[in-house]
Design a protein around this ligand. Structure first.
Ligand SMILES: [Zn+2]
Length: 466
């Protein structure tokens, strides 16, 4: 990819020309195979000389069903009736191979539609197992598969819809060392993952192997979609050279239908790229806002960047280097550049383990447990009698809190600390203790490890929502 734009376009044209020739040959092979299956010679009524002349004009005697089997004609009749899609579109689709990376919310919609539509070979890659919390939005999975590999569940659903296609299961998390081997087996790659590290890795694989990448992502109630690295469109790194500018949806809530919407659009783009119909979403990006039900198309996203490290004029990532590249560290190191509260260590007497807090709770000694998670987290699950003050509201509520605390402190001073902070993982609660100490209230303690430790070590029945 060190070549200039002119050379790239020439190569693209050559590839398009070769693909057209391949299609033509495939079409003729399919025609003659059909004749063989039908028994005997081609039942042409044309004189050989006329047949040759028609061939030279690119006009061929029609094969029954346009070269599609009777079953295919029946199954895909609604596709075939579309003038812009027709037999040629279905044939191209049946010869295409698509890899869907991620069998979650996005991947559910993509894989189901691609299977139903008749993509020839469908690969599904995912290393996780189905969990109960997946079922609200990952509609390809059913309760019977909870605890089993997602690829097994997803492949089973795809085969149940369409037994005439090939479905390949890749039960693994794609990583630097194995991604190229999997990606190179397919024509089109669909990124249905949710982590920045995976996005960069898939992007780099697709650039180095010259594959189009259908990229979709969702955060909360929003989603976006584009086609990278297709006929001169930019790659993911051209737009996001620095991971700090992108976000991961994995730690956030998600309304199940939102990835369904984006996943359907990814399937549509994959079909358009595979069949070469319409205008794929390359060089443009769709943003979807579920709350306002608005789609916005950014008509000109960044052009391909000449300084891009994988698709630029002087790329500096080879396949061997990709296999050694630590994408997790790359994504995390950049994320660490985001502003975050610096945590000075708390003194040991300002921290308490979950088990110690449980003993205090059981003792009945007066104290206050403040939960500093966001309100909507607190409403999902909380420890009995804890009080919710989200961390970002703590400073403004300090004056009123001080009054309440002095009452509790008056009862317990000298015997134990009257105030404890808890959050989900034990980070924000430490910040809260620091805030209290800075504001003249030294008797606050952090519950180490937060509710995740509480659920693990003290109360296995605590509702786990993370
Ligand atoms: Zn690039």
């Amino acid at each position: 990819m060190g070549a200039g734009d002119g050379r790239t376009e020439a190569i693209m044209r050559e590839i398009a020309s070769l693909r057209a020739q391949r299609d033509e040959l495939d079409s003729r092979i399919r025609f003659f195979e059909f004749q063989l299956r039908a028994g005997g010679a081609a039942p042409t009524t044309l004189p050989p000389s006329l047949s040759t002349k028609l061939d030279a004009m690119g006009v061929h005697a029609a094969a029954a069903g346009g070269g599609l089997s009777p079953d295919m004609v029946r199954r895909y009749s609604r596709h075939l009736l579309l003038p812009d899609f027709g037999v040629q579109g279905q044939r191209r689709l049946s010869r295409s191979s698509v890899l869907v990376v991620g069998a979650g919310g996005l991947g559910s919609a993509v894989a189901l539609y691609l299977a139903a539509c008749g993509v020839g070979s469908l690969g599904i890659a995912d290393g996780e197992n189905v969990e109960l919390s997946n079922l609200h939005g990952q509609i390809i999975h059913v309760e019977a598969y909870v605890g089993q590999p997602k690829v097994k569940s997803a492949a089973s659903a795809c085969r149940a819809i369409n037994s005439s296609i090939k479905v390949f299961e890749h039960h693994l998390k794609l990583k630097s060392k194995n991604a190229l081997d999997v990606v190179r087996q397919y024509d089109i790659i669909v990124d249905a993952t949710s982590s920045p590290a995976s996005r960069y890795m898939l992007n780099d694989c697709c650039v180095l192997l010259q594959k189009p990448l259908i990229s979709g992502s969702t955060i909360g109630l929003e989603g976006q979609l584009t086609v990278y690295n297709h006929n001169g469109s930019p790659c993911y790194r051209c737009l996001f050279p620095n991971p700090a500018a992108c976000q991961s949806g994995s730690d956030n809530g998600i309304l199940g239908v939102v990835p369904g919407v984006i996943g359907c659009l990814q399937a549509l783009e994959a079909i358009k790229v595979a069949t070469r119909i319409g205008e794929p979403l390359r060089g443009r990006m769709i943003h979807f806002d579920a709350l306002s039900s608005r789609f916005k198309t950014v008509k000109k996203i960044h052009q391909r960047s000449s300084t891009c490290m994988v698709c630029g004029d002087h790329p500096n990532l080879t396949k061997d280097e990709l296999m050694m590249f630590d994408y997790d560290s790359f994504a995390e190191s950049s994320n660490s550049s985001k502003p975050a509260p610096s945590l000075n260590p708390l003194p040991s007497n300002a921290q308490i383990t979950c088990r110690e807090y449980k003993r205090l709770l059981d003792s009945g000694r007066p104290h206050l447990l403040l939960d500093v998670r966001p309100v909507h987290h607190f409403q999902i699950a909380s420890i009995a009698n804890s009080v919710n003050i989200p961390l970002h509201e703590l400073r403004e509520k300090l004056p009123r809190l001080r009054d309440a605390l002095s009452e509790v402190a008056g009862v317990s001073r000298g015997r134990h600390r009257p105030l404890y902070f808890i959050c989900q993982r034990g980070d924000d609660s430490q910040v809260a203790v620091h805030i209290l100490r800075e504001n003249g209230f030294p008797y606050a303690s952090d519950v180490i490890g937060g509710l995740e430790s509480w659920a693990r070590e003290v109360d296995p029945g605590f509702p786990v929502y993370w």
